[in-house]
Design a binder for this molecule. Structure first.
Ligand code: SD4
Length: 335
């Protein structure tokens, strides 16, 4: 069966799964979709949409500006993510990110375009705009992932400047943490700001990006979900896209973002897909979910969006219809 036919079939059969509550919780309005005729085919034209994890209004506005000018979703997510990478006050992304337990700031990022191309860099030191570096890996190399020193060397060869990413504030926080000398490989549920961003451009193409300094005070060499395809990010331009934030180890064990996209392919709305992916984590045997946070955001080809988290303090930014809102997601806790 041809791929598109299969998608049409599965999404039609999946319609029966839609519940009233899902329709209510979907963040799409009819104004987002305008029916146009192009030859014999009727397609939906979707106005540009940007959705990103946490409260990142400037990053989302920057991405939306790119889209409004007719830029691609790929350019939009890169430009949006760069805002947080350059924001030294964000201690989970780029410059100012909290270091590993040895005091080194190491960054992870990935980017995926509407053609299914992907690029990622893992555990990179001294380079601030790792999202742009990930894009360079995607566009300028025969590979999809570069790590550590190799990634840094490649960055320099591409004209990126080396700089010290450890700010005074992050150094102080690390020194205070060292005094307690308590190492818990559990994410601090209140200390997140990793940016996962999804965008749909005027052509209806979807791209996504994710950038982070990872888990604060992680073990040297530790990498989480954020730069891993299907973990922190996944895009299928015929279905939709998803991004994750929170304790990467748990996202990776369930291949979270890929799961969200696959659930949408089977007919679930973005909201239902995010809820199901969170349930998979919470319902794992001996899940310690009360002590960590994971959240997903998703968008489908129709421009419907969804988000869900284990704990209630997750929020995301949505730019739609020229408006940029920070939305607190409903929370999930198993009985
Ligand atoms: C990680 N998922 O490295 C990232 C952390 C995160 O906001 O999302 N922080 O596991």
């Amino acid at each position: 069966m041809k791929r598109r036919k299969f998608i049409e079939k599965t999404s039609i059969s999946g319609l029966g799964l839609f519940s009233i509550s899902t329709l209510v919780s979907c963040n799409t309005t009819n104004e987002d979709k305008k029916e146009v005729k192009s030859g014999a085919i009727t397609t939906n034209v979707i106005k540009p949409i940007v959705i990103a994890t946490w409260n990142t209004p400037t990053a989302v506005n920057t991405a939306a500006e790119v889209l409004k000018k007719g830029g691609s979703a790929l350019d939009a997510v890169e430009e949006g993510c760069k805002i947080e990478e350059a924001n030294s006050k964000n201690q989970t992304v780029g410059i100012g990110g909290l270091p590993d337990r040895d005091g080194a700031v190491t960054l992870d990022a990935c980017i995926m375009d509407e053609k299914g191309n992907y690029g990622a860099v893992l555990c990179v030191k001294n380079i601030k705009h790792v999202i742009s570096l990930a894009r360079k890996v995607m566009e300028e190399t025969p590979h999809v992932i570069l790590v550590g020193e190799g990634a840094e060397q490649f960055a320099v060869s591409q004209g990126f400047e080396r700089e010290n990413l450890l700010t005074e504030a992050s150094k102080k926080a690390w020194e205070e943490w060292k005094v307690k000398s308590e190492y818990k490989p559990i994410i601090n549920i209140e200390n997140h700001d990793t940016i996962g961003m999804l965008a749909i451009d005027k052509k209806g193409n979807i791209s996504g990006a994710c950038t982070t300094s990872g888990l604060a005070y992680k073990m040297k060499g530790r990498v989480g979900d954020s730069p891993v395809i299907g973990g922190g990010l996944f895009i299928d331009n015929e279905v939709g896209g998803a991004a994750a934030t929170g304790l990467g180890e748990e996202v990776l064990k369930t291949v979270g973002s890929f799961l969200v996209v696959e659930l949408m392919r089977q007919g679930k709305s973005p909201q239902e897909a995010c809820e199901e992916a969170i349930a998979r984590i919470v319902n794992r045997p001996n899940s310690n979910y009360k002590n960590f946070q994971v959240a997903y955001i998703a968008v489908n080809k129709k421009g419907e969006t969804g988000a869900y988290a284990i704990h209630e303090w997750f929020s995301y930014n949505l730019h739609k219809e020229g408006e940029n809102k920070n939305i607190k997601s409903d929370f999930y806790l198993k009985n």
